[in-house]
Write a protein that binds this ligand. Structure first.
Ligand SMILES: [Zn+2]
Length: 1011
C-alpha cells in the first residue's frame, strides 16, 4: 500500500484505528453468509500483492477484493492487461476487454459472451453472462420463466402461478460500465468481477453464482472508450504536456448519451434496451465515476418520476441504504445514498429498468479520468458530513484506479449478494410491477392513448410510434371507427365559485370518434408505463422543494413531435376492433394522373429528405395556399416538375409522403426550393449540443460539410462554397468571447485532435485539428459577416444566437438573460406571427417547442438599440393627476387644450414603431426592409407552460422565439428555443429545414412597415 501524505495525522490515525476495528467486526454477519474468502482455496499471491500495492489506504479495500482466488485454468485479467485490474498506467481498449471476456468464456463453463449489436462507428457491443454451469445450461428455460413474470397476461395474472415461477426462476442482474468515456474505471473492475464470480469458491460468491445470473456490458460507449484510451496513451507518451480534452465521445454526443433513454436514438441505448428487455432482467445497474467515493444514487432525492411504481421506490430505498450499510461495515469511508440526484426524468440509461418494471441503479464512484494515481482535493461540500452521508470522504487523499475498482467491485458484490438473498421478494415485485402495468386501465388509468388516422403529419406520427416500439411497447391499429367518452374538463376553482348557475349547468361529457386506421396504444400491457410516461404531460411545481432539477422537467412526446395524441380514460376504447401492428409505416407514394406533382406541406422533416433525394427535379414552394384536384394545399407545399414518376413514387412511399399528380401546375405564386449547400459549424470548446443536430441531419439524409470555427476563418469566400451556415448551440463554454478567442495559446502546448500512431481512434468520422485551442478569431467573424452580407443564411440557436447578436451580425434584435425566470428543459407554447415566411411553412398557429431558459429576444427599430422588454407587473399608467374623472382629459389653466398625439403602440413581438422624434435626421432608423421579421413568438404567460417547469415565465412570454433578420443581401435566423434536441423535438425540425430549403427566398410573403 502506498502511504498517503497525511496532514492531520492525529485525526486520521484515530480514523484508521476505528476502521481496523470495524473491518474485523464485519466478519460476523448475523445469520447471513460472511463476506470472506474460502480459506481452502489458494490465493493468486502475486496478483494479490499487487492489489495491495496499488491500493493507497487500508480502508479503501474490503475483504471481498483484497485477494484474488487462484485458478489452474482460468486466466486472470493480467493475461490481457499485463498487470492487475486498476493498475496505474493501464487502460484497456474495448477490444482488449472483450478479448479477456472471451478468454474467460473459453476457460470456464460459467461464462458466456454475447454480441449485442454495434455502435454508430461499427464497433461491437457485448454482454457477458456469469453464473453456475447449471444456470447457464438452462438459460432458455429460465428465460421462459422470467418471460411469464415479465408479461403476467401469459399466466392470466394468476398470483399463485407467479409464486410457483418465482420459487424456481433465477433472476438476472444487468451491470453496464463506462457509458461516460472519461469515467474510465469500470472495464477493469468488471473484468476482475467476472473472474471472481466465475472462480471464487467462497460461500459468499458461490451463493451469487448459483443463485442468479450476472449480466455485464463492460463498455457501453465503445467509440468513446477507444478515444479516451487514445488520449490516455497520448498523455503517457507526453507526460509533461497538457493532454487534449475528450471533445468527442461517441459519434454524436458526449455526456448526453445518458439522456437518450426516452428517444432511443443512439445505438448504445437501443442495444442495452434490447438486452435488458430480451433477458427479462430485474436490475439495470449503470456505473459512473464523478463523485467521491461511492455515491449510490439508487435512492435519489425528490421529486420522483410520477410514472414509476411505488413498489420500485421502496426497492430503491431498501437496496440503496443496505448498500451503504454493508460498505460502512467494511470500514470504507465516503459511501452514501440519497444525495442530490432527483428521479424525475426518465432519460437516463439505468431508467430503462425503472420504466420496464425492473430496478434502476446507478453508482458514482471516484475516477481519475485515466489510471494515473493522483493526489485529489475535494470541495468542502464533497467532504461535508450530512444526514445522508454520515461517513464522508476525506478532504484530501492519494487516489488510484485500483481504489476506484475496489469500491466498484465491493459495491457490486454486496449488491449482488443482497439481491440474491432477497431474490424471491424482488422477483415477485418484478411480477407485481408488470401486473400493475397491465391493470393500469382499471387502476390509475388511462386506458389507452390514441393517435388518430387523420393526423396531418403521418410520417412524424410513424416516427413517434416507432420510438414506442423500440421501447418494446405494443401498438394496435383500429380496424373500424370507434367512439370514446372524453373526460369533462374541470374549470379552475376560482371561476367555478363565481357563478353558482354555471355549476348547475356543468358541461356534459363529450365523445370523440376516431377513424379506422387510428393507432391505439393500449395501457393493459406490461410496458404501458413507458408509453404513459412519454405521452403524458409533466408538471413540475415552482413550489417544489427541489429547486435544482437534475435534468429536463418536461418532454411530452406528442407535443414535441407535433403529433396529435389523445389520452383516453374510457375503458371502452379497449374493446374497439383492432389488430396488433409490428411494422409502422406512414402510407406514401404518388396518386392521380399528370406530370406535375404536388405534396402538401405540414412541416414534416421528410420533405427536406425528399428535396435532397430528388436532386435533379425542379421543386417549387407555393407562397400561398391553393386547391387542386379537389385537395387543399398549405403554403409551402411542393410543386415538383422534371421528376420521374417512378423515382418520386419510390421516394415518397419510403418517406411516408403523399404526392398528387396534377394535370397542370397550380396557378399560385411559387419560388424554387433548392438543396442548399450547407456548412455545419462546430467549435473546439464543446460538441455535445450540436451533436444532436448532426444526428438529425444524418438521419434525414441531408448532406453538409462539418467544419470548425477555425476552418471558417480559413475559407476566403464562404459564399462560393455554401448557401447556408448552420451554427447550432455550443452548450458548455459558449460565451461569445470563448467562441471567438477559444483557449489561450499564450501558454501550454498545442492540443491536437488528430489520428497519430498513439491516437488511432481519435478522429473517427468527425473533425480534426493540430491544436484545439484557437477559436473563430476576428477574421472568422469577418468571414461570417461577409457571408451574410453577400447573400448567405446564417442560422443560430440559443447561445450561438447570443454570439451573433453580441458581435453585431444582426441588427434590431438584442438578447438578454432572465432575472428570475426558471424554464428548465420544458415544453413551452409558441405562436405563429408571420405564416407567410417560408420558415413557418407547414406549421399551425400553435407550436410546442423545447426551451431551456432561452435568451429573451427584444426588438428595436433603431440600429444598435437595446430593444424593449415586456412591461412586467401592474397595469400601465392611465393619466396623471389633474382635473376630472379617470377618463377625462385634463386642462391647463390659461391656454387652450392641446390634444396629445396618439402614442404608437406595438406588441412585444413586433418592431416598435418609429416615433416622429426618431425620424428627425433618422440615420439610425433601420429601414423597414432591414428590420427583423418575427416568425414565432412565445405564447402569453398563461399559456406558456405545456410540460415541465415554468417559473417567472412572464419575462419571456410574448417575446420573439424565432426571428429572421435581413442583413445585407442575406439573413441571420435566430432561435431562442432549441429546435433540434435529443431526438425528441422532431416537430420543430422543419423550422430549421425550411430555412435551409428556402434560403434564397426567405423574404417571400414579407409585408413591410410603412415607415
Ligand atoms: Zn457519468
Amino acid at each position: 500500500m502506498v502511504p498517503g501524505k497525511i496532514t492531520r495525522i492525529g485525526a486520521l490515525r484515530c480514523f484508521a484505528m476505528f476502521l481496523v476495528f470495524t473491518a474485523a467486526g464485519a466478519m460476523t454477519w448475523a445469520d447471513e453468509t460472511a463476506p470472506a474468502r474460502d480459506p481452502k482455496q489458494p490465493v493468486d499471491e502475486p496478483y494479490t500483492a499487487k492489489i495491495k500495492k496499488y491500493t493507497t489506504q487500508p480502508y479503501f479495500i474490503s475483504p471481498l477484493v483484497d485477494y484474488l482466488p487462484a485458478s489452474k485454468n482460468v486466466p486472470t485479467p493480467e493475461a490481457v492487461l499485463g498487470d492487475v485490474a486498476g493498475a496505474p498506467g493501464v487502460l484497456p481498449y474495448a477490444e482488449e476487454v472483450y478479448k479477456y471476456m472471451r478468454l474467460l468464456e473459453k476457460a470456464s463453463p460459467r461464462v458466456k459472451v454475447f454480441s449485442i449489436g454495434t455502435t454508430e462507428e461499427g464497433r461491437e457491443m457485448i454482454a457477458v453472462t456469469v453464473s453456475s454451469e447449471e444456470n447457464l445450461k438452462r438459460l432458455e428455460e429460465n428465460r421462459a420463466r422470467l418471460a411469464k413474470l415479465a408479461d403476467p397476461r401469459t399466466i392470466k395474472l394468476d398470483d399463485a402461478e407467479a409464486d410457483r415461477i418465482v420459487a424456481q426462476a433465477v433472476p438476472v442482474y444487468y451491470i453496464t460500465g463506462t457509458i461516460h468515456s472519461p469515467e474510465t474505471g469500470a472495464p477493469t473492475a468488471l473484468m476482475e468481477l467476472a473472474y471472481r464470480l466465475a472462480v471464487d469458491e467462497s460461500p459468499y460468491i458461490r451463493e451469487i453464482r448459483d443463485g442468479m445470473i450476472t449480466l455485464i456490458t463492460p463498455v457501453v460507449e465503445v467509440d468513446g472508450r477507444d478515444r479516451m484510451v487514445d488520449i490516455y496513451k497520448w498523455h503517457l507518451a507526453h507526460p509533461k504536456d497538457f493532454y487534449p480534452p475528450l471533445i468527442y465521445w461517441g459519434k454524436y454526443v458526449a455526456h448526453d448519451n445518458n439522456r437518450d433513454a426516452m428517444g432511443v436514438t443512439l445505438k448504445l441505448t437501443e442495444n442495452v434496451l434490447k438486452t435488458y428487455v430480451g433477458w427479462k432482467a430485474q436490475v439495470l445497474h449503470d456505473l459512473h465515476e464523478s463523485v467521491p467515493y461511492l455515491y449510490d444514487n439508487t435512492a435519489g432525492d425528490g421529486p420522483f418520476n410520477a410514472w414509476v411504481d411505488p413498489i420500485l421506490t421502496d426497492e430503491w430505498e431498501m437496496i440503496g441504504w443496505r448498500n451503504v450499510s454493508d460498505m460502512t461495515k467494511f470500514g470504507m469511508p465516503g459511501v452514501f445514498t440519497h444525495g442530490v440526484f432527483d428521479t424525475w426524468s426518465p432519460g437516463y440509461l439505468m431508467f430503462i429498468a425503472a420504466m420496464h418494471n425492473g430496478i434502476s441503479r446507478l453508482y458514482e464512484t471516484f475516477g481519475n479520468a485515466g489510471s494515473d494515481t493522483k493526489e485529489r482535493t475535494l470541495d468542502p461540500e464533497e467532504y461535508a458530513r450530512t444526514w445522508y452521508r454520515q461517513n464522508p470522504p476525506l478532504p484530501k487523499t492519494l487516489w488510484s484506479q485500483r481504489d476506484n475498482n475496489n469500491y466498484e467491485e465491493t459495491g457490486l458484490l454486496t449488491s449482488l449478494h443482497y439481491f440474491n438473498e432477497n431474490k424471491r421478494l424482488f422477483l415477485k415485485n418484478f411480477y407485481l410491477k408488470a401486473k400493475r402495468s397491465v391493470t393500469k386501465p382499471s387502476a390509475e388509468g388511462p386506458a389507452a392513448y390514441v393517435l388518430p388516422a387523420d393526423d396531418p403529419r403521418p410520417s412524424l406520427q410513424a416516427e413517434l410510434l416507432r420510438v414506442l416500439q423500440k421501447q418494446a411497447v405494443e401498438i394496435s391499429r383500429a380496424t373500424a371507427t370507434f367512439t370514446v367518452a372524453l373526460p369533462v374538463k374541470k374549470e379552475p376553482k376560482s371561476k367555478k365559485s363565481q357563478d353558482a348557475k354555471e355549476k348547475e349547468a356543468a358541461p356534459a361529457p363529450t365523445t370523440r370518434e376516431f377513424p379506422a386506421g387510428s393507432y391505439i396504444v393500449r395501457m393493459d400491457q406490461p410496458y404501458s408505463r413507458i408509453a404513459d410516461a412519454l405521452l403524458d404531460y409533466q408538471y413540475w411545481s415552482p413550489d417544489d422543494p427541489q429547486k435544482t432539477p437534475y435534468d429536463d422537467t418536461g418532454w411530452t412526446f406528442g407535443e414535441l413531435f407535433g403529433v396529435q395524441v389523445t389520452r383516453v380514460t374510457d375503458a371502452k376504447v379497449l374493446s374497439a376492433s383492432m389488430e396488433r401492428v409490428t411494422e409502422i409505416h406512414a402510407p406514401g407514394g404518388v396518386k392521380g394522373d399528370g406530370s406535375v406533382f404536388a405534396i402538401n406541406n405540414n412541416a414534416e422533416p421528410a420533405l427536406a429528405t425528399l428535396r435532397y433525394r430528388l436532386r435533379d427535379a425542379s421543386v417549387d414552394a407555393a407562397e400561398e395556399p391553393f386547391e387542386s384536384g379537389g385537395k387543399k394545399f398549405n403554403r409551402g407545399s411542393f410543386v415538383i416538375r422534371n421528376a420521374s414518376r417512378n423515382d418520386l413514387d419510390r421516394a415518397a412511399a419510403e418517406l411516408g409522403l403523399q404526392a398528387m399528380a396534377l394535370g397542370s401546375a397550380p396557378a399560385v405564386k411559387t419560388h424554387p426550393v433548392r438543396a442548399a449547400r450547407i456548412a455545419f459549424v462546430h467549435t473546439w470548446l464543446s460538441t455535445q449540443t450540436e451533436g444532436w443536430w448532426r444526428q438529425a441531419l444524418d438521419n434525414l439524409g441531408i448532406p453538409y460539410d462539418y467544419i470548425s470555427t477555425q476552418t471558417v476563418a480559413k475559407i476566403p469566400d464562404l459564399n462560393a462554397k455554401y448557401d447556408v451556415i448552420l451554427f447550432p448551440p455550443v452548450g458548455f463554454f459558449s460565451s461569445p468571447t470563448a467562441i471567438v478567442s477559444g483557449l489561450s495559446t499564450a501558454w501550454g502546448n498545442p492540443l491536437p485532435w488528430k489520428n497519430t500512431p498513439e491516437t488511432p481512434n481519435l478522429v473517427g468520422k468527425n473533425d480534426s485539428t493540430d491544436d484545439m485551442r484557437p477559436g473563430l478569431g476576428w477574421e472568422g467573424v469577418e468571414r461570417l459577416q461577409e457571408f451574410v452580407h453577400n447573400g448567405g443564411v446564417l442560422l443560430t440557436a440559443t447561445d450561438t444566437s447570443r454570439f451573433a447578436l453580441s458581435l453585431g451580425l444582426a441588427d434590431g434584435v438584442s438578447a438578454s438573460s432572465s432575472d428570475r425566470m426558471k424554464i428548465v428543459g420544458s415544453v413551452v407554447g409558441t405562436r405563429l406571427v408571420d405564416g407567410a415566411s417560408p420558415i413557418a411553412y407547414g406549421y399551425d398557429e400553435k407550436v410546442a417547442a423545447y426551451c431551456d431558459d432561452g435568451p429573451i429576444f427584444s426588438l428595436s427599430s433603431i440600429s444598435g438599440g437595446r430593444g424593449r422588454r415586456r412591461r412586467l407587473g401592474g397595469e400601465a399608467h392611465t393619466r396623471p393627476t389633474g382635473r376630472g374623472t379617470p377618463n377625462d382629459p385634463d386642462f391647463t389653466v390659461g391656454r387652450p387644450t392641446a390634444e396629445a398625439p396618439e402614442e404608437p403602440e406595438a406588441e412585444t413581438w413586433e418592431n416598435p414603431p418609429v416615433t416622429d422624434e426618431q425620424r428627425i435626421n433618422g440615420y439610425r432608423v433601420i429601414p423597414p426592409a432591414d428590420r427583423p421579421r418575427v416568425i414565432f413568438r412565445y405564447a402569453d404567460s398563461k399559456e406558456l407552460l405545456i410540460s415541465g417547469l415554468v417559473q417567472g415565465g412572464d419575462e419571456i412570454a410574448q417575446h420573439p422565439a424565432v426571428v429572421d433578420v435581413p442583413s445585407g443581401n442575406g439573413h441571420v435566423v435566430l432561435f431562442s428555443i432549441n429546435p433540434v434536441y435529443r431526438g425528441e423535438t422532431r416537430g420543430t425540425y422543419s423550422l430549421v429545414l425550411n430555412a435551409i430549403l428556402n434560403f434564397d427566398s426567405l423574404n417571400a410573403g414579407r409585408k413591410l412597415a410603412e415607415k
